[in-house]
Write a protein that binds this ligand. Structure first.
Ligand SMILES: Cc1cc2nc3c(=O)[nH]c(=O)nc-3n(C[C@H](O)[C@H](O)[C@H](O)COP(=O)(O)OP(=O)(O)OC[C@H]3O[C@@H](n4cnc5c(N)ncnc54)[C@H](O)[C@@H]3O)c2cc1C
Length: 261
């Protein structure tokens, strides 16, 4: 990676102005960007001096800054309590502690990676992306467009969910997941997201009463069957489909108050 001009932005306005140049690139933690060694960046924009590294919370929602690291999320006691440990479970497999100390939320969201544990969890939690100019958009909507020339400043997680669970399957510890599933309920609806199919996570929303009536086994079958899967070097389409159903069953059992096996 070769950077011609590096600017540590003093304000979001400055960062946004600089980012309007075609060749400008916003830097997260560079964990992904640095893997493109031949890349020449004419204008790199560093957001690290803008106070976006805070986890804020009020009665309605969590407001997570784009420069909050995966480790900060993993270590947050309020997020752990709010998600009953699902936050930690989603993040603890990602590469290693040093990596998670460096990788911020903004890059994880903006990258829109198919394999993303981060995406799978936040989609189930009904998160919204806050863009500097574009305002609030649902994470699902942001998946279609990406940040474009805008800047992701925060992720908003409504304090609606009262039960959340997360599960992923990896061929090797710390590798990309071959399937990732998260379910969350506010008592009214159940949101179940399946990621690493290997395409980006998608979410299915069902009334809580319907899921309760179906039970975890039948609901998992229904939800897993509603998504498309593909084969790649890590797993076949059929294996992903089968494992998605198993993981759906486990997370649904948990949020329905049962004992997930
Ligand atoms: C080897 C490896 C293994 C990984 N394994 C997993 C895994 O198992 N599970 C998982 O969930 N993730 C995994 N990841 C992804 C990782 O967690 C980070 O999300 C990813 O590396 C992005 O890095 P970064 O956050 O430093 O962003 P960067 O590399 O700095 O940026 C990524 C992209 O986002 C853009 N960007 C960054 N911040 C913003 C912003 N605020 N506004 C607009 N655009 C922005 C950048 O311009 C760039 O295009 C892995 C990554 C690597 C390199």
């Amino acid at each position: 990676m070769n950077i011609a001009q590096y600017t540590k932005a003093a304000s979001l306005d400055e960062a946004w102005e600089l980012n309007q140049k075609r060749s400008a690139v916003i830097l997260g933690g560079c964990c992904w960007l640095r893997l493109s060694p031949q890349r020449r960046i004419a204008q790199a924009i560093d957001l690290s001096a803008l106070g976006l590294d805070q986890i804020e919370e009020d009665a309605e929602a969590f407001r997570l800054g784009a420069m909050v690291t995966l480790s900060q999320l993993e270590g947050s006691e309020s997020l752990e309590a709010f998600t009953q440990g699902a936050m930690k479970e989603a993040l603890r497999h990602i590469v290693g502690t040093q990596f998670r100390n460096r990788a911020p939320l903004g890059g994880s969201i903006s990258g829109r990676f198919g394999f993303s544990d981060v995406w799978t969890l936040f989609l189930a939690l009904g998160a919204k992306v806050e863009l500097y100019k574009g305002g609030l958009v649902s994470l699902a909507e942001f998946g279609k467009t990406g940040p474009g020339k805008d800047i992701v400043t925060h992720l908003i997680v409504p304090k609606k969910a009262c039960q959340t669970a997360y599960a992923s399957l990896r061929l090797n510890a710390t590798d990309f997941p071959i399937i990732a599933v998260s379910a969350s309920t506010d008592g009214e609806n159940v949101r179940c997201a399946i990621g690493a199919r290997p395409a980006r996570a998608e979410v299915v929303t069902l009334p809580f009463a319907d899921v309760q009536q179906l039970g975890a086994v039948a609901a998992a079958e229904k939800i897993a069957a509603s998504m498309k899967y593909e084969s790649n070097m890590r797993a076949s389409e059929a294996y992903r489909r089968d494992m998605a159903e198993v993981l759906c069953r486990r997370v649904l059992t948990k949020i329905l108050g049962g004992d997930a096996k």
